[in-house]
Write a protein that binds this ligand. Sequence first.
Ligand SMILES: *Cc1c(COP(=O)(O)O)cnc(C)c1O
Length: 355
Amino acid sequence: MRPIQARISIGAMAHNLRVARSHSGAAQVFAVVKANAYGHGLSRARRAFAAAEGFAVLTLEEAANLRLMGVEQPILLLEGMFGPDEIATCAELDLCPVLHHAAQLDWLQQQPPARPLQVFLKFDSGMHRLGFPLADHAAIVSRVRSLPGVAGITLMTHFAQADETAGVSWQLHPFLNELAGHDLPWSSANSAALLRYPETRGMWTRPGIMLYGASPYADQSAAELGLRPAMTLQSEIIGVQTLQPGEGVGYGLLFRAEQTMRVGVVACGYADGYPRHALTGTPVSVNGKMSRLLGRVSMDMLCVDLSVCPEAGVGAPVVLWGEGLPVDAVAAAAGTNSYELLCALAARVPVIEVD
Ligand SMILES: *Cc1c(COP(=O)(O)O)cnc(C)c1O
């Protein structure tokens, strides 16, 4: 069998939820499990995050699957209904849709659900992606209050720079000040806001990436935040080459040896979800020692420097990210973030579930 596998730790995910819980204080937690739980599997996430007060997903299909799995907690539909045809299912599955544009209000008015919905009314406080303009709050809130299909309203916004020095206050304060008069519960915090800004907690927090053991910040590691990596992508050396000075390895011979050196070929490529944009120098752990990627990543293989581990041969264990090698370090070297790497884990990679 091809030696690549992803080990996913339910215990680490449950631990990370406890960290999110402790930062949430009296607020309730929506465990964000969109995108197949950031690549970790929806069913695993349901079990690992059973203690969460709610789950947040993107699609009706994800929500329906959670209900089939027995989830009884509230389920937040992060972008709400994509069309009027989704209203009935929202009611049947007892979902909490986010309402963020006027057409969604029209649909609800024209086709009120059999059972009124708890809705999350999203305002744009500066990210300029989804949400009603804050300036329109009076008219929007009063319209939504008057809809017969709406049982209750929670106000919501999302931060653009919670992970940067600009922070959240430039968005949070206008959001809270403008909407204070409505006296409604609210939700604002993603992982980056939750871990640094307790004032963003509100009634519901919405942690995602931290639950999977990655850091939302460039300047603070997941370990420093008390998080444990949930996914370890591992494989083995399946071939060894010796390069003479001047010889190259891989497509384009992008890496060339300066002196005689041993190169290990690892059974992991971009078709497994490893980033093709990773360059020579991207950290790879071989036989427990920190080595580096050499040259271009191929579809099914990549090459690593064996200079630091002369004992490593065919069969030597390799960690691409996870336990012992933070996914954030690999993402940084590949010019992306942990979210993209975790979500991109390919279906062909066998997953082994561990405690
Ligand atoms: C994905 C998402 C989150 C979770 O964000 P993380 O950065 O992964 O913590 C929270 N809120 C909304 C609206 C989202 O779409």
